[in-house]
Write a protein that binds this ligand. Sequence first.
Ligand code: SF4
Length: 497
Amino acid sequence: MESLSQKQKEFRAFKSLSNFSTANNANYYLLPFRFAALNTEREVLVNEVGDYLMVPQGTAQRIVERRIKQEEELYADLTANFFISQTPVPPLIDVLATRYRTKKSFLDDFTALHIFVLTLRCEHTCHYCQVSRVTQDKSAFDMSYDHLDKGIELMMQSPNPNVTLEFQGGEPLLAFEKIVYAVRKAESLARQLGKQLNIVICSNLAPLTEDILAFCREHGILLSTSIDGPSNLHNANRKRLGNNSYEMAVKGIERARQVLGEEKVSALMTTASRSLDYPVEIVDEYVKLGFKNIFLRPISPYGFARRNVRKNSYETETFLKFYKRALEHILAYNRQGYHLVEDYASIILRKILTPFPVGYVDLQSPSGLINSVVLFNYNGKIYASDEARMLAEMQDDTFCLGDLNKNSYEDIFYGPKAYEIAQNWSNESLAGCSDCAFQSYCGADPVYHHATQGDMAGYRPDSGFCQKNMEIIRYLLELMDNDQEVLAIFSRWVSNC
Ligand code: SF4
């Protein structure tokens, strides 16, 4: 009889390669793929580069048990899409490697979006706002010229040949003289360095004037504003003296379209608690105003929004019901010939239906923090994203990368804080995400998980971020699986026609 120590030695010893071979009992080898149920009848298989097959329930089990026969059509599909291979290493492995590199090519050029919080001053007092300060004291809450200079110089050190200068607030048009200064300086440096410069102003449009519009036209500036829905809903969310935020925004949109052109004006909506009852009316409002895009955004569950929990807090489940009803209505418009894109779905669909990467911070892995975006706050502090500065407004500086007064480009972008965040920003290596079928369509969000779970890595079974993305991705796949017309509409969304 073998002694216990002999058995332990055998257990610990490396087995020979033939021990792992499946060649004796199979006609194919498995390549890395993941799977998930779409509903009680169908499941989806997703390979390493995000190619998918929607198949009957039980197919993944048949595949791993080597029960797929060569004469089945599925066998050819699985081979062509790199789910299985007739050889241990597929002959076209280089094609797969190139596709993987393309999916991750958003990393090639590093940070593009540079957000400058010019001022915290605002004449609105939106209840979900992170920052607005109604004050005439410019020096207390405005960015100094010195900080503007330093921020723009850092932006120009980015290796990215295309950089975006985005002004936020508060209401940045209240510090328009600083916009003029920053635009002129950035344009001059971009010319010297041969960089392409894009400029965006995020504004409620209430302070818009003809002079401001003329400047925007001269410098090719894009205006991004907020429309939360019909007048009563918008004005209830976005308070200002006179209760006319909606009217001011619509007037600004119309005038800006006349002066700058349709494509230079966009709008975002924020889903406050009271918005949840109006998915259809919100979509109708965007159509009424002639928009071709709508972004159904949940409220950020942290920062100032938490101070007004009744108006700003709801379960992810409730948001998903709202989202699906709104999406149905958007699809109905598309069926009638009105091209209206839901932006969040469109970002995910681009990952599902095309070989290309997307540059949306929350749905990137590695995350878009630092890799795609950085934010210079009004007081000279530098944050890894817009959400990171929302946390800072609640005295949580976890995602502060440095200070314009003290730190160099290397300190900020390659310093210890950047490394700490980097350990938690790839869903390929995060518990829960690493074996999730939707990994290549989703992202990592260390700021959200730190804010809601006290841990940058986060715990997926309790994560609202995970719950939202998992259900939206599953729902989009199910819609395409059930209806060829929806697949055609979604394909148009990602090809922009
Ligand atoms: S966050 Fe959730 S849905 Fe997204 S990859 Fe991770 S486990 Fe999957």
